[in-house]
Write a protein of this length. Structure first.
Length: 146
């Protein structure tokens, strides 16, 4: 399931909703991304922008790739947009499988590919001004291992 939304999410409720539908789930891989202040940047806010149809299609493609590569019972990607503040949740990736290896590996894959392939643009505002966040070499390297 893919959700792109402005509102925050309740991790426990999201996991419960999917887990209650299938009693064959033996492992859940989980990642929660949050806005952090950063290294001495005194981040005030981060604004995430996207083009809805394009973003949802790309997230669906990434999610489908995980389902091809691993034996998943289900998966969930929730990505927020709009103005967020340090401590706010940005993204939830959860993968559900019969065994932990499939859940954990597919969750890591989804995180790595979301970071580099999902069409979101991030504008950070700090005491130093506003800057658009650029791709990091380390993120590309992580995604390329898959």
């Amino acid at each position: 399931m893919i959700k792109v939304q402005k509102d925050d999410f309740n991790v426990n409720q999201e996991i419960k909703d999917i887990s209650s539908l299938n009693k064959n789930i033996g492992g859940i891989g989980l990642f929660i991304g949050k806005v952090r202040e950063g290294n001495n940047s005194e981040l005030k806010s981060m604004t995430l922008e996207h083009y809805p149809i394009m973003t949802e299609k790309k997230l669906e493609n990434i999610n489908n790739e995980a389902k091809v590569r691993w034996n998943l019972v289900d998966s969930l990607i929730i990505h927020r947009y709009g103005k967020l503040y340090p401590g706010d949740q940005i993204v939830l990736v959860a993968t559900f499988s019969e065994h932990r290896a499939d859940a954990l590996e597919s969750c890591e894959f989804l995180i790595d590919w979301l970071k580099t392939k999902a069409p979101f643009w991030k504008l950070e505002e700090s005491n130093k001004g506003k800057i658009w966040v650029e791709e990091k070499k380390s993120d590309l390297e992580a995604a390329n291992k898959w």
